[in-house]
Design a protein around this ligand. Structure first.
Ligand SMILES: [Zn+2]
Length: 447
């Protein structure tokens, strides 16, 4: 807990900006003015400069936010699964503590059936109405998400509340509305645009640099568009007089790749362009104002940190740690954090072990990627772009890291089987044809 006298049961507003890479955020060093609201917010709060996600796609990472568990431990590793009943969620914990809870979300992998709505008094997915292929990912949803969230805030300013807001527009396709469509690359005259980002053949690793720059400018336009909506939420919190009793967190679930390692989009790898995320917190009463935490932290730490700030004990099975000691300048005793990527059939393809200096990636199921080496090792302190693989001559350190990775994974599989058994089949969902079509349109399924 914060150690303040009196009531620590602050309101919580958790804002997730889908697909936002940390290095495209102004306060994380980006050269464009993509995020004035986030930058201002960071100056009033705490910026975690080295925040790392637990995977590279929307479903398992958001459920990590909601459970404080890595994906094997919360159990939702593919989109035919839902959170098992034995796994407690953040809204459930807060609801039991008397919080009024609500979520306004805008992406198919935030649908209530995955378990997000458990413990929520109200939960609304704006994307649910887009059933046609590609509609869900090209629709502009931030204005409606914002309107609903602001209305909800107006009606609950006197309550003790938890509000979850998820913005999906930054996620491809990159089709920002005017003036954001031309904000960062007004002089482009080429033929490439941000539609059908995954399917279109002219967006490929060999495309002209100038055209790729345009795609990135459209991605940045989506970021600025979304940032302007976050600004409205922050402004309303102030106008309602909630600043001093509300914990506000702004985070992303993963980034996007622009061919740094030959791929586009996400749900492909565990390289840092998809794992590095912004994580900003504004604590009540100006605590930690303007501070920057340089330690490596994980998305798995989000839930235990929120609960620690509120003075609520984390439920059993939470794997992250509270980041509050770091805010106070005290270190956290932890060797490494991990990220996992599974393909849609639930095979374990890649697991990364990450320390501030090194990243070790182990590839499993090599039949599907026969050309990939089973191990990659990067000196991320000197080679943050992960371009020089050191695994060719594994030394003692590498072998020790691989052993630790294997032990960590073995433990996660044990937890996964426990959750599976205790769920008695209730962690599986039937996906109807229309929903499957929507998921396919995201480029996650069937490639
Ligand atoms: Zn996402």
């Amino acid at each position: 807990p914060l150690g303040l006298p009196g009531d620590h049961r602050f309101n919580v507003v958790l804002i997730s900006l889908d697909s936002l890479r940390a290095d495209h955020v102004g306060c994380y060093g980006y050269y464009r003015d993509t995020t004035p609201a986030l930058d201002h917010f960071a100056a009033e709060g705490i910026r975690f400069a080295n925040a790392i996600s637990t995977s590279s796609w929307t479903l398992p990472t958001h459920l990590t936010m909601f459970t404080g568990r890595y994906q094997l431990s919360h159990g939702v590793v593919e989109d035919t699964m839902t959170l098992g009943p034995p796994v407690p969620t953040l809204p459930e914990v807060l609801k039991r503590q008397g919080y009024v809870t609500a979520g306004f979300v805008s992406g198919p992998y935030l649908a209530a059936r995955y378990g997000y709505a458990r413990g929520m008094d109200s939960y609304e997915d704006i994307s649910a109405r887009y059933s046609h292929r590609r509609e869900a990912r090209s629709a502009i949803v931030a204005p409606e998400v914002t309107e609903k969230a602001l209305d909800w805030l107006d009606g609950h300013a006197q309550d003790r509340f938890f509000l979850f807001i998820h913005y999906f527009d930054i996620h491809y396709d990159y089709i920002p509305p005017p003036p954001y469509d031309s904000m960062f690359d007004p002089d482009y005259t080429g033929s490439v645009d941000g539609t059908n980002f995954i399917e279109r053949a002219d967006v490929n690793p060999k495309m002209k640099r100038r055209d790729l720059e345009h795609i990135v400018a459209l991605y940045d336009g989506e970021i600025r568009f979304t940032d302007d909506h976050v600004a409205q939420v922050l402004e309303r919190i102030d106008r309602l007089g909630l600043r001093d009793n509300t914990l506000v967190i702004i985070v992303s679930d993963h980034g996007d790749e622009f061919f740094e390692h030959g791929n586009k989009g996400h749900h492909r790898t565990v390289y840092d362009e998809v794992l590095r995320i912004p994580l900003l917190m504004r604590l009540p009463k100006g605590i930690g104002r303007g501070s920057v935490v340089g330690d490596q932290v994980s998305l798995v730490d989000l839930m235990p940190t929120i609960l620690d700030i509120l003075g609520i004990e984390s439920p059993q099975g939470v794997e992250g740690v509270s980041l509050l000691p770091l805010v106070r300048g005290r270190p956290i005793d932890r060797d490494a954090i991990y990220a996992e990527f599974f393909d849609k059939r639930g095979f374990n393809l890649q697991v990364a072990r990450r320390t501030p200096e090194r990243k070790t990636i182990e590839h499993f199921n090599r039949l599907m990627h026969p050309r990939r080496r089973p191990i990659e090792v990067y000196d991320i302190a000197r080679d943050p772009g992960e371009q020089h693989d050191l695994a060719a001559e594994p030394d003692e350190d590498v072998r020790a890291e691989i052993t630790q990775l294997g032990q960590w994974l073995e433990r996660r599989w044990r937890i996964n089987r426990q959750v599976e058994r205790a769920s008695h089949g209730a962690n599986r969902v039937e996906i109807d044809a229309e929903t499957m079509q929507r998921l396919k349109s995201l480029g996650y399924v069937g490639d």
